[in-house]
Design a protein around this ligand. Sequence first.
Ligand code: CA
Length: 232
Amino acid sequence: MLKAFLFDMDGVLFDSMPHHAEAWYQVMGEHYGFACDRTFFYQVEGSTGQQVIDDFFVEQRGRHAEPWEIEMIYKEKSQAFVQLGPAKPMIGAAEVLHKVGEKGLTRVLVTGSGQPSLINKLNYVYPNVFDWSRIVSAKDCPIGHGKPMPDPYLMGLVKAGRLKPSEAIVVENAPLGVQAGHAAGIFTVAVNTGPLDPKVLRDAGAEIVLTGMSELAERLDEVIQMQQHFKH
Ligand code: CA
């Protein structure tokens, strides 16, 4: 029986991906001289910041990043992100959270983000929905264990009350996040809020691809029906 929804944050609850891509580009490309463009950061969306930085070092400098380098660069990226101004709430997200809550289902946030301001921002835009006991963030996911690995969503099941994969639905917007939900054995809904071809999300393992959170709000009962008939 369905007991919880596990929500990704960027690109699902907040329309924040354009700001993330810009902030990453300013820091990795313009400041530190790594070869990249803004679009690249949509492809790795869902990875933790530490993982993104370490991958750049391995691929372009031939070594892993030192922990202090990761800390310094990630701090700079977070500052650049904040300077771009607050990201808007995703249209339809408040309605989805409300409807899910009304059905008595648990709402858990599962994000690769490690922004210290995350909880304040969440509480400001979506008051009384999430607290730390219902959040899986970058600090729960060491390098190599973030999305697309199933670990963050498996941890989400634990935080939702030690649930089985068949008792939850994942809502994701990025291929790596969809892969993570799918690998955890959870019915995964993709909301295609960015520039990607919907096929990319279907190929990553999404059971259904919707145009956004407004469509999920409208078709919530149908999606829940699909999950009930899904063979886990
Ligand atoms: Ca996302």
